[in-house]
Design a protein around this ligand. Structure first.
Ligand code: NDP
Length: 253
């Protein structure tokens, strides 16, 4: 029996990258996992299939976050999927992982780009938590994915780093609000972590990025998923409102 048997989980942005690795890990621990995606329907279906092949339970949920009605759409799909499988819409674990990078120099960032980054990375997690509070029972778990860029300067990602700074405030303030219900909420800050960005196909670029970590390698999605799996387990019941550095020592300087 896994550590999360009998629990339900929603992982946003679970069609790829760290979200996918997290959904797979939580599925292996026994949780029924809602695999959220925006555009990657096939990829999300593959994640669900993989979890089921490993003996777990999962279903896919589509929603475009950062757009009007996106959070509502997410919860319609989530609650339908949960009710079909367990007879209620109870959600024990919420991982706010979906996010968009900026990749635009500060001088060139338009108000529209800035608003989009904030809408997906900061506003959506706030309203997902707000909406989820009626689904999450006492003892629930919330993890928000931030970034090492809230502690490590990169002038090409100022708006993105600002959005992640905003997301970190969720843990601090919601932790106080939700403590009496034994619900924990924490921020996880990855460093450079392999995803489908083509930069990871360029050996010289990977070597340069690896050099930022004290372990001299880039992070793998599973490195971060394992940290999240700890935070959503009972073992982490005494940890809330915290910033967890999952950057492979990048922030050591
Ligand atoms: P990926 O870029 O590999 O995947 C992003 C995921 O988010 C996909 O599942 C995508 O869905 C979903 N997504 C993107 N935009 C939206 C949207 N508007 N609405 C709904 N879903 C959306 O992610 P990573 O694994 O690289 O990153 C995961 C998290 O970690 C992000 O919050 C990111 O900011 C953060 N992070 C990443 C780092 C890295 O080096 N990779 C470093 C530090 C933090 P779909 O494909 O279905 O459209």
């Amino acid at each position: 029996m896994g550590k999360l048997t009998g629990k339900t989980a929603l992982v946003t942005g679970a069609s790829r990258g760290m979200g996918r690795a997290t959904a797979e890990r939580l599925g292996r621990e026994g949780a029924l996992v809602a695999v959220h995606y925006a555009t990657g329907a096939d990829a999300a279906a593959e994640v669900v299939e993989g979890i089921e092949q490993d003996g777990g339970r999962a279903f896919a949920v589509q929603a475009e976050l950062g757009e009007p009605g996106g959070v509502h759409e997410l919860f319609l799909g989530l609650e339908r999927g949960l009710k079909e499988r367990i007879g209620s819409a109870e959600l024990n674990i919420l991982v706010n992982n979906a996010g968009v990078m900026g990749g635009v120099a500060a001088e060139d960032t338009t108000p529209e780009q800035f608003d989009r980054i904030f809408a997906v990375n900061a506003k959506a997690p706030f309203f997902i938590i707000q909406r989820a509070l009626t689904n999450i029972p006492d003892g629930g778990r919330i993890v928000n994915i931030s970034s090492g860029l809230t502690r490590f300067a990169n002038p090409d990602e100022i708006a993105y780093a600002m959005s992640k700074g905003a997301v970190e405030m969720l843990a601090l303030h919601f932790a106080k609000l939700l403590g009496p219900r034994n619900i924990t909420i924490n921020s996880v800050a990855p460093g450079i972590t392999r995803n489908s960005n083509p930069v990871f196909d360029i050996p010289e670029a990977v070597t340069a990025m690896a050099g930022l970590s004290t372990f001299n390698r880039v992070g793998e999605p599973e490195d971060v998923a394992d940290v999240i799996a700890f935070l959503v387990s009972d073992d982490a019941r005494w940890v809330t409102g915290s910033f967890v550095d999952a950057s492979g020592g990048t922030l050591l300087g």
